[in-house]
Design a protein around this ligand. Structure first.
Ligand SMILES: [Zn+2]
Length: 303
C-alpha cells in the first residue's frame, strides 16, 4: 500500500471527468490544494459549503471533491469575512484540497444522470442530449431510460421519494398520476432547458429538478408527458456514491492507502414543507373515485 500525492489522485479524477469536457461557462478542476501533499482520506459531496468543509475537517479528509463549483465567476477576494472566502481559509488552514467535477461529470459515462437512473433501477438506453464529440454516443446530458416493468406515474414518484435522499420538498408531480410509464428521461440538476429534447424522445415521463411554472405547464399541456420534480441536491447526490465507488476501484488498482467517504449532510436549501390544508380541485378530480358526493355539487366543479 502506498499513500498517493494529490497530483496522482487528481490525475485519476481528471481521467474520469476531463476538464475539457466541461461547458465553457463552467469552473471545474482543482480550486485549492498543493499537488505534493499526501492524500489518505477523500470526501465526496454536492456542495462546497461551510457545513461540508467543517465535515471534511472533522473527518480528517485531505481532499474534498464536490459537484458544484465554489466560484463559478471570477472573484477579487478570498477574505475570510466573505462566505466563500471562509471556505477557502478553512480548507487551506486544514490542508484540505478542493476539486470540482461539474458539467464534465454530468456528461461523463457513467455520469450524474446514470447515478440518478441507477438509484431508481431504471435501465439506461442512451443519452438524452448526446455529446457530438463522442463517436460511441454514450456520453451526453441526461439519459433516456426504460422500465422493464411499467409503473404508474404515482408509483414512480413513490419510488423516487423512497430511493433518493430525503428532502423537505419530496417529489412534485405534474400530469396524470395514474398514467403508465414505460420510458423516462432523467437529468440530474436543473432540467427545464431540456423540454424540447424530452418531447422529441417521446418518453412518458421526465425526472429532474428546478422545474418552473411556465415550461412545466406548457410541457404537460402540449403532450401527455408526466413530470417528476425532485430537489436539485437529491438528484445529484447519487453521483457522489457512484464517484466514490469509481475512486475506490482506482485506489485498489493502484494499491493506494486511501479511504473514500460520501457526505450524507443535506445541503438542499429548502428545510420545511407545509402541505396545503385542502386538496385543490384538480387533485379532487384526479382522485374522483374517492371524491365525496357533496363536492360534485360544487358550483363550477369540473365533470
Ligand atoms: Zn447541480
Amino acid at each position: 500500500m502506498s499513500v498517493p500525492r494529490l497530483s496522482e489522485v487528481i490525475a485519476a479524477l481528471e481521467n474520469l471527468w476531463p476538464a475539457e469536457r466541461a461547458e465553457s461557462w463552467d469552473a471545474v478542476g482543482t480550486v485549492v490544494g498543493d499537488p505534493d501533499q499526501e492524500v489518505t482520506r477523500v470526501l465526496f459531496a454536492v456542495d462546497p459549503v461551510r457545513e461540508i468543509v467543517d465535515e471534511a475537517v472533522k473527518l480528517g479528509a485531505d481532499l474534498l471533491v464536490t459537484h458544484h463549483p465554489l466560484y463559478l465567476r471570477g472573484t477579487t477576494t478570498v477574505a475570510a469575512s466573505t462566505f466563500k472566502g471562509r471556505v477557502v481559509h478553512t480548507l487551506i488552514k486544514n490542508d484540505i484540497a478542493l476539486h470540482v467535477a461539474h458539467t464534465n461529470a454530468d456528461t461523463a459515462d457513467p455520469g450524474v444522470s446514470d447515478a440518478l437512473a441507477g438509484a431508481l433501477d431504471l435501465r439506461v438506453v442512451r443519452p438524452l442530449v448526446p455529446d457530438p464529440t463522442d463517436p460511441e454516443g454514450r456520453r451526453g446530458l441526461g439519459r433516456i431510460c426504460e422500465l422493464d416493468h411499467p409503473v404508474t406515474v404515482r408509483e414512480l414518484a413513490a419510488r423516487a421519494a423512497e430511493r433518493l435522499p430525503a428532502t423537505a420538498q419530496g417529489i412534485r408531480v405534474a400530469g396524470d398520476p395514474e398514467a403508465l410509464v414505460r420510458s423516462v428521461a432523467v437529468s440530474g440538476g436543473s432540467g427545464d432547458s431540456l423540454f424540447d429534447q424530452v418531447r422529441a424522445a417521446g418518453v412518458d415521463a421526465f425526472l429532474t429538478s428546478d422545474l418552473r411554472h411556465h415550461p412545466a405547464s406548457e410541457a404537460v399541456l402540449r403532450s401527455p408527458l408526466a413530470l417528476l420534480d425532485a430537489a436539485h441536491w437529491a438528484t445529484e447526490w447519487p453521483w457522489c456514491e457512484l464517484a466514490a465507488t469509481q475512486l475506490d476501484e482506482i485506489s485498489d488498482r493502484h494499491g493506494w492507502d486511501l479511504r473514500v467517504h460520501v457526505s450524507k449532510t443535506v445541503t438542499d436549501p429548502w428545510t420545511a414543507h407545509a402541505a396545503s390544508a385542502h386538496p385543490s380541485p384538480a387533485t379532487t378530480l384526479l382522485t374522483s373515485a374517492s371524491r365525496p358526493p357533496s363536492s360534485s355539487n360544487s358550483p363550477g366543479a369540473p365533470n
